[in-house]
Design a protein around this ligand. Sequence first.
Ligand code: NAD
Ligand code: ZN
Length: 358
Amino acid sequence: MNISVKTASHTYEVMIGQGILAQAFTNYAPLFEKADQIIVLTDEHVWQAQATYFTNSSFFAFKTFIMPAGESCKSFENYEAVQTFLLEQQCTRKSLIIAFGGGAVGDLAGFVAATYMRGIPFIQVPTTILAHDSAVGGKTAINHKLGKNMIGSFYQPQAVLYDTVLLASLPEREVLSGMAEVVKHAMISDAQWLEEILQGNLVHLPEQLLAQYLALGIRVKANIVEQDETEQSVRKYLNLGHTYGHAIEAAAGYGRLAHGEAVMIGLVYSLLLSERYGQITRGFTKRFFHFVVANGYPFSAVNDYSFDELTTYLVKDKKAEYGELQFVLLKAIGEPFVQKVELAVCQEVDAELRNLIA
Ligand code: NAD
Ligand code: ZN
């Protein structure tokens, strides 16, 4: 299945399906043939699990740079190490980078590609469920010790080649993390799709249904990014669940909670807030909450931090503009809007979340 993403900089395709990688590489042969060098940036877990599949699918010669797994590849040190490698290999503006990994590898590789010699082409080959979100839309970034994703750029890939066979080696926790973003995409776009999700389960989806959900999620994201590449308006809707989620993720110290686990907590929080500003009912919020708990999402982290502790991070979140807390909420499922919320209300709803968890 192909989904095209049209942005101001250029239009590119997302190819998604089971076992498509070899075919996808062949479809993009001209891109590989015109590159003077092809550098695969990946991380140690991904390479350990999927090097054979990648190598068997590719017809071109490439060099590999294997980075520390997960979030640690988004450090300044690793960013510099990769740039040093590219320089040592005498990569030029005609070299091509392939990001082979999850969102962390994709974010780092995208930022490397955006900045090496003022920009060289890159291709995303995502290997996590979460990356259906992160690989599309062109946000690239590394982390600063004062904040996650604080240093980055908007830089679109040449293509996203998403082979769902690669997801088979994902640890269950990473499945949960990624599915939170799928649920988010359903919540901001389509009540019927969300209902279908709520009738099933999130961890052991049949491969074909998973691929279908990922394609739906990519469509939602692509559609929004096309309207608003640099987050001036509707792109904000993609932050549903992320304001509170980021606060929990930061308070817990990145790594204790997977990104999507924190986002799922944030999604429940945003439903509770939406009861006040939209037509979401407490009955629905409870049903949603029990569904995600039954699927294994952890909520206990909330109890480890007081609201005051979370507030420091809530206010620091880059979505807090002019000292006010901005949330994406739902008038109804599929109808997101942006709402400024006073801190006192945030605290009341935080207490409601803690009650729900108790
Ligand atoms: P990740 O890239 O850290 O991967 C999670 C873990 O799974 C890592 O240990 C990784 O090595 C391992 N892994 C990945 N694929 C595997 C596979 N197929 N088999 C076995 N192990 C595998 O995590 P993620 O959840 O994909 O991405 C999170 C990152 O994405 C965060 O840094 C977040 O900021 C970023 N993000 C970016 C955007 C964006 O728009 N750019 C959007 C959402 C999230
Ligand atoms: Zn997210």
